[in-house]
Design a protein around this ligand. Structure first.
Ligand code: NAI
Ligand code: MG
Length: 353
């Protein structure tokens, strides 16, 4: 029997609706498989907590989280209560950075029964490895003067360590999948960091001669995500390029409510954090209609990371069978509630032979 201690942060808005459903599915999956138990510890951090205590998480929050095997997070943000830059940097980004969650892994996959806007959706199954610690999202730079003379400088930071780490992880992932890797570049326009990115790509690909590797400029790649997504397997991208590509990934799947993500600490020194791509959706919060698939698929990524790949595979299959059966929330063209989708997924969890 294996025991996992999971820190759970439902956060704000629909995070509070989809996280309980995902926990229920995880609990049920553990019972069906019978060789694993989960111990969930919930933390009430988020914008309500900020209203009461003036901070997004407890002072020693990071130390508390450090004791767990993994962190499952819903969504953070309630712009009516707390400005977004305070809520996101005070909780989500604080955890990502303090726990050295250096890679952000986001799949995009075609499911039967999903309302993909592509007129002829071909079966696509892509994994984007997004560098999560530096790149274009850096705090280096500043602003000087005001008015007509104003100048803003924002520096992108690319280190050999982080670039190699992302590339190597991507190649390893490709070797466990379809054996294809695409590097997202823009070395025709960005003349320092992207040629560096390309040279690290060329070095690391030497270590993986069996992988079919190529590179595309990000603008072309964005178009290919729409015109021929079925041709990709693993994509390695910088922080900004990966962020944009994975939103397109969510869109071609049919709804942002489906897309999952993992923030990985690849050394194992600190726990990794699993969270859907979507936010707290204040426009639908409280109606019980949020799509729980993004959160449940996120839980599947957590299972894979913990080494419970059979449970993870069963979960994904149950999700696919549920959408194929037409049990869907309104964002993907159905009428089911958040809880109904969770119950239907539970019914389809089984030990795969
Ligand atoms: P959002 O992802 O919350 O919502 C965008 C649109 O997608 C809305 O129309 C919403 O109803 C819909 N949507 C999102 N998730 C859905 C689901 N599971 N089922 C059905 N429909 C869904 O993005 P928005 O509105 O820009 O941000 C709202 C708040 O969330 C802000 O405070 C923002 O900063 C925060 N946010 C937090 C993120 C995180 O915690 N990782 C990521 C993105 C936004
Ligand atoms: Mg984004």
């Amino acid at each position: 029997m294996k025991h996992y201690r999971i820190a759970v942060i439902p956060g704000d808005g629909i995070g509070k609706e989809v996280v309980p459903v995902a926990l229920d599915v995880l609990q049920h999956t553990a019972e069906v498989f019978g060789d694993v138990t989960f111990n969930f510890t919930e933390f009430p951090w988020g914008c309500d907590f900020y209203q009461k205590y003036g901070m997004m998480m407890e002072e020693d929050g990071i130390e508390q989280l450090d004791k767990f095997d993994a962190i499952l997070l819903g969504a953070v943000g309630d712009p009516r209560l707390v400005p977004d830059h305070i809520s996101l940097w005070g909780l989500l980004i604080k955890i990502r950075r303090s726990m050295d969650q250096s890679l952000n892994i986001r799949p995009a996959k075609y499911f039967e029964g999903l309302a993909s806007p592509l007129t002829a959706p071909k079966e696509f199954d892509i994994m984007v490895v997004r560098e999560n610690s530096e790149g274009e999202y850096s705090e280096v730079g500043g602003r000087i003067h005001r008015g007509a003379d104003e100048v803003a400088i924002q520096n992108a930071v690319f280190t050999r360590k982080a670039t190699e780490r992302a590339m190597r992880y991507g190649f390893q992932l490709a070797s466990q999948r379809k054996g294809k890797l695409t590097s997202a570049t823009k070395s025709n326009g960005i003349v320092h960091s992207m040629p560096f990115w390309d040279s690290v790509f060329d070095e690391v690909r030497e270590e993986f001669p069996e992988i079919k590797a190529n590179q595309n400029h990000i603008d072309a790649l964005a178009a290919f995500f729409v015109s021929k997504p079925q041709e990709f397997d693993v994509i390695v991208a910088s922080n900004l390029f990966g962020d944009i590509l994975t939103d397109i990934g969510g869109a071609i799947m049919g709804s942002i409510g489906i897309a999952p993500a993992a923030n990985l600490n690849i050394t194992g020194e600190h726990p990794s954090m699993f969270e859907p791509v979507h936010g707290s959706a204040p426009d639908i919060y409280g109606k019980g209609i949020a799509n729980p698939i993004g959160q449940i698929w996120t839980a599947k990524m957590m299972l894979d990371h913990l080494g419970e790949v059979n449970m993870g595979a069963s979960l994904l299959q149950a999700i696919e069978e549920t959408t194929a059966a037409g049990v869907k929330t309104s964002d993907i063209g159905g009428q089911a509630s958040t809880k109904e989708v969770g119950k239907e997924i539970n019914k389809r969890i089984k030990v795969l032979s």
